[in-house]
Design a protein around this ligand. Structure first.
Ligand code: ATP
Length: 543
């Protein structure tokens, strides 16, 4: 199956095809149309409600809300702003260069956002939600303006924020909007007040020293007036509290992984950001692959007359991921199972999820000892280390990446072949996001989830998700007793008890080796023991 065909399946029936030469582009230049409207000269204007309904049905698009605009079936249908064709044609040029045709979430979310509506968009992992908000945002912004941030995009982790910025940069090739990524170095209150530290300000043309005089300098830099801000809530709130950022011009606030950001300790920060986006024409868009009812109910308090879009089944795992639940007996059994998988050949890149930072570090030490080409990422690693690890994994220099749920959401490593849940996911939502790191944009993927007797209370939940997405699970798992909500919450928070099979005597040696490997960019000594994931033994490892 070609990649395009697979993406077609993933995106619920959309046929991806190359645009017919330059037809759209050339034809659109010079045409006039009203500002921020869709050019619906094809199916949409003429089509009846039934045609629109049939189109949505074909692509498994479910909508709720008043006056929901019809889906677009091609990027060429994007409108041309009255102010001039430059922005629109520039965006189209970038789109058709890189993406060809919209996925179902893009088909429906783009016109909804372009008609200035609040939107809740729920679609499977890897189905192109970033573009679903990035395209209309850039279309609406048209060209750089000296007004300050007009669009603000929030993401839960720095890695995801950086990835969104990269995707925006791709679309921005011909638009020249000013896009800023707010990072720790730029916004942490500590670095802003300490004379010892240095930092960057987004949009600032040169490095500026961050010292007590920084406010003045930042004010000067703010004159660069970027159009789009991409940030994590924590950094942004710091910057807001230090009055380094002004969000009063923000018309569009996008919250990616919205369900994550509307709970788990982020609520207050989100509230502060929303309050700071005080423009009376402010619109809000929330996107995620999962949207539990309680979160949507909470989110409704900040939404106005919103359009709700769900592609496929809500809160479901990606059907392009072949999923397996593997009984490993006990904690010790996990290490044995990993060894077996390594010996029988695991095609890299592989992502391994564990429950905590300490577990990640311990497993890293174990696998370095096993001579696996492995690295680890978690919140205790420095920003620089995290960037470096992500870069090396993307480039295929690291074949196995151990991570915590830090990497569970949104991060797009295109060719991840296998996701291993070494530790059982805390709940079905995190399971869906974790396994969604594979099987993206038309690629097939595989996910193996280890479970022990201790994981039994949560097994039924996850087994249901696996079954609903088309993979097989034994009947007995589905018949397990339902775990009470309160008990589930307790289990979610409980740490996994023992270390990943680290023998006390070996501990020191393993830690030493791991440190060495880490210092050397995670390159363990060559032993060539395993077929696929050990350094020097797999040909043509891709990433
Ligand atoms: N229309 C398209 N055609 C082909 N590829 C696309 C299209 N839209 C997006 N992609 C690619 O699909 C991949 C997944 O997109 P994206 O990261 O936006 O997924 P997502 O739905 O946000 O996933 P998650 O829920 O995991 O965050 C990216 O590599 C992106 O470049």
């Amino acid at each position: 199956m070609s990649q395009n065909d697979a993406f077609h399946m993933l995106t619920a029936g959309l046929r991806v095809r190359r645009p017919a030469s330059s037809t759209g582009m050339a034809a659109q230049r010079g045409k006039k149309s009203s500002m921020f409207t869709l050019d619906t000269t094809t199916a949409d204007t003429d089509s009846s409600q039934e045609d629109v309904a049939a189109l949505r049905k074909r692509h498994r698009i479910h909508v709720r809300g008043s006056d929901v605009p019809a889906p677009v079936t091609s990027f060429a249908q994007l409108g041309k702003p009255a102010a001039g064709p430059a922005a629109s044609s520039g965006l189209l040029q970038a789109l058709t260069e890189f993406f060809k045709e919209p996925s179902p979430i893009q088909m429906q979310a783009i016109p909804a956002l372009l008609s200035n509506r609040d939107v809740v968009g729920v679609a499977p992992t890897g189905s192109g939600k970033t573009l679903a908000f990035a395209v209309p945002m850039m279309q609406l912004l048209q060209a750089p303006k000296e007004e300050g941030f007009r669009c603000c995009i929030l993401a839960p982790t720095r890695e995801l924020a950086a990835q969104i910025k990269r995707e925006l940069d791709l679309l921005n090739t011909h638009l020249h909007l000013k896009i800023s990524l707010l990072t720790k170095a730029r916004a942490a209150s500590g670095s802003l007040t300490s004379s010892k530290k240095h930092g960057w300000w987004p949009g600032c043309p040169k490095m500026i020293p961050v010292c007590p005089k920084v406010l003045l300098k930042l004010t000067w830099c703010m004159r660069a007036r970027p159009d789009i801000l991409v940030a994590t809530p924590m950094r942004l709130v710091h910057a807001l509290q230090h009055k380094l950022v002004d969000l009063s011009a923000v018309r569009w606030l996008v919250v990616d992984e919205a369900d994550r950001l509307f709970e788990n300790g982020f609520e207050q920060q989100i509230d502060e950001v929303i309050a700071a986006c005080s423009h009376k024409k402010r619109r809000i868009a929330l996107f995620s692959a999962t949207m539990p009812e309680r979160v949507e109910t909470l989110a409704q308090t900040v939404l106005h007359d919103y359009v709700r879009i769900v592609v496929g089944a809500a809160n479901a795992a990606n059907q392009d991921v072949e999923q397996e639940l593997k009984f490993v007996g006990s904690e010790e059994g996990k290490m044995t199972a990993i060894r077996q998988m390594l010996q029988t050949g695991l095609q890299p890149p592989v992502l391994i999820f564990v429950q905590s930072k300490s577990r990640a570090q311990q497993l890293f030490e174990e696998l370095v000892y096993e001579n696996v080409n492995v690295d680890v990422i978690h919140a205790d690693r420095t920003q620089q280390q995290r960037d470096e690890v992500v870069k090396r994994f993307r480039e295929g220099q690291v074949w196995v990446l151990i991570c915590t749920d830090l990497m569970g959401r949104g991060v797009d490593f295109k060719a991840v072949n296998v996701v291993i849940n070494y530790d059982f996911p805390p709940n079905a939502t995190e399971y869906i996001h974790r396994v969604g790191r594979t099987g993206r944009a038309g690629h097939r993927g595989r996910a193996v989830t280890f479970f022990t007797v201790d994981d039994r209370p949560m097994l039924r939940n996850i087994a249901n998700v696996v079954k609903a997405s088309g993979s097989e699970v034994p009947e007995w798992m589905l018949k397990l007793k339902k775990t009470e909500k309160q008990r589930s919450r307790q289990i979610e928070r409980a740490p996994v008890s023992s270390n990943p099979n680290v023998q006390a005597a070996d501990k020191k040696t393993k830690a030493k080796r791991a440190q060495k490997a880490s210092d050397a960019g995670a390159a363990p000594p060559k032993k060539g023991k395993h077929r696929s994931t050990t350094r020097g033994s797999t040909k043509g490892a891709s990433a």
